[in-house]
Design a protein around this ligand. Structure first.
Ligand code: ADP
Ligand code: MG
Length: 467
């Protein structure tokens, strides 16, 4: 097997073990340059790829190589120009369309962007409108976002030259905006004179359409083409907006040709952006793409710990673990659960405990496990124990105040903890009328707003229900 064939076989192995974005990012323009008795030299296009392969993929590469050549003693990654002939053909098909030879000579209209409009006055250059809290420092890195994180950092080191555009994609609440703005904040920290702009795609669209109706498109174009680092968030919003797409295409080309950095985000990869012109899609995919997924349990725990610590609170590990295990949708929800928990503890002067976390968040997040154990019967039992009554008294017909209120609390809990219908609640507390159940639940709900003692009682019963 010659070196090219060997590398092709290795790439075949590696390709199936990682995401497409990772594969095409790290292994395009790589090749085996030499194999001296088990000392293998792999050529890579830049230092960043070298570091990444050493750090992240070394073991995979070594295993794949060993399968094919037997003894692999050392692997060296060497930065330098690799002749195109060395790069296996398979990789060329991995290249995004705009790098493919067919587009090497784009049509005239595409090659020459519309003549640059007269420069707009400097004061119309958009200013950075980012959130200073979004930094690299407070972004927790795990396997689900490390590629995006590293790429974003690389962009701050080599803006406009290394990965242009940088395209981050992933579901809602997973940190795209955070990373995008971290780049903006960092670029400005290094050089406050840089013109950095952050806009959502929606803002870009509205501003463009506004300039169109005011016949000020030249001003609009001039403003955006003076920017050093243009960050546009949520590109999926561009779908179906033909005129804005046209404008964005020209903005993109003007900036790109001037080696200004473009950073984009979207909820899906460029290939999956429907309602987008092909030429835009291929440009979006022509630089660096990285996906962001939901962090694993360990990373979620670290995020929670850091967020709590940032507010000066040290949470017990079991509380952290409980929240991290139960919120699996996205980081925004994770933060929401934490905030809710801490506010609850503060408001009720409770020590942060697992019991509180379970009772507070169980209904919201652990509904599957909750409904298995919690029953109307259990609620009646716990309420009666708490008020020193018997279950029969709760379901019976006595109307003494000492019994009526616990009965109402039991109905309230059935409604809120079990989402039972009013007829079912009425049946569970001794076959009453369903309007009685409605009134009882409404009464407790209203009293809870004003009566702190009642809140504490209800809360304590809830915790016992979970214990
Ligand atoms: P997206 O733009 O993908 O919808 P955001 O960037 O708005 O998501 O993130 C949602 C929230 O989660 C933000 O408050 C952000 O700071 C936080 N967040 C997301 N990922 C991380 C992370 N890896 N480390 C710390 N906080 C994160
Ligand atoms: Mg966002």
């Amino acid at each position: 097997m010659d070196l090219k064939g060997l590398w092709q076989a290795v790439l075949g192995e590696l390709e199936v073990s990682m995401s497409r974005a990772n594969f095409s990012t790290w292994f395009r323009q790589t090749a085996i340059i030499a194999n001296d008795d088990g000392h293998v030299v792999i050529g890579v296009p830049n230092i960043f790829t070298k570091e990444w392969l050493e750090k992240k993929y070394h073991a995979n590469i070594k295993t794949a190589l060993a399968k094919l050549v037997g003894n692999v003693t050392t692997i060296e990654y060497k930065v330098g120009s690799i002749a195109a002939a060395d790069t296996p053909a398979m990789q060329l098909s991995e290249l995004p369309a705009s790098h493919a030879p067919a587009e090497a000579q784009p049509a005239r209209a595409e090659r020459e962007p519309r003549s640059l409009p007269k420069m707009a006055p400097a004061h119309t250059v958009p200013v950075w409108t980012g959130n200073p809290r979004y930094t690299f420092d407070n972004f927790v890195v795990g396997s689900s976002n490390e590629l995006a994180y590293a790429a974003a950092q690389a962009v701050t080191k080599f803006p406009g030259t290394k990965y242009n555009p940088l395209f981050l994609y992933g579901g809602v609440g997973l940190g795209k905006t955070h990373l995008l703005q971290a780049v903006g904040n960092e670029v400005l920290r290094q050089d406050p004179d840089k013109k950095v702009a952050y806009v959502t795609c929606e803002e870009f669209t509205n501003e463009f359409l506004g300039s169109l109706s005011k016949k000020k498109t030249q001003e609009f174009a001039g403003k955006y083409r003076r920017i050093d680092v243009l960050i546009v968030d949520d590109m999926q919003f561009l779908a179906g907006k033909e005129r804005t797409q046209e404008e964005f295409f020209h903005t993109f080309n003007a900036l790109h040709q001037a080696s200004r950095q473009i950073i984009l985000s979207s909820d899906r990869p460029p290939q999956a952006l429907t309602g987008l012109e092909d030429r835009l899609r291929s440009r979006f995919a022509s630089g660096m793409m990285a996906d962001i997924g939901m962090p694993d349990l360990e990373t979620r725990s670290v995020i929670l710990q850091r967020k709590a610590a940032a507010q000066g609170v040290l949470l017990p590990l079991e509380v952290i673990d409980y929240i991290a295990r139960h919120v699996v949708s996205n980081i925004r929800e994770l933060e929401g659960a934490l905030t809710q928990f801490m506010a609850h503890c503060e408001f009720h002067h409770l020590e942060p405990s697992l019991a509180t976390a379970t009772s507070l968040l169980g209904g919201r997040i652990g509904s599957a496990s909750k409904s298995k154990t919690l029953t109307p019967r259990l609620i009646i039992d716990k309420v009666s124990v708490y008020f020193d009554l018997t279950p029969v008294e709760i379901t019976g017909s006595k109307r003494d105040k000492e019994i009526v209120v616990p009965r109402q609390i039991a109905m309230y809990l059935m409604r809120h903890e079990l989402s039972l219908s009013f007829p079912k609640i009425a049946a569970a507390v001794g076959g009453r009328d369903h309007t009685t159940a409605m009134h009882s639940v409404a009464k407790i709900e209203k009293q809870l707003e004003a009566d702190e003692d009642l809140r504490t009682e209800v809360q304590t019963i809830k915790e016992r229900l979970r214990a």
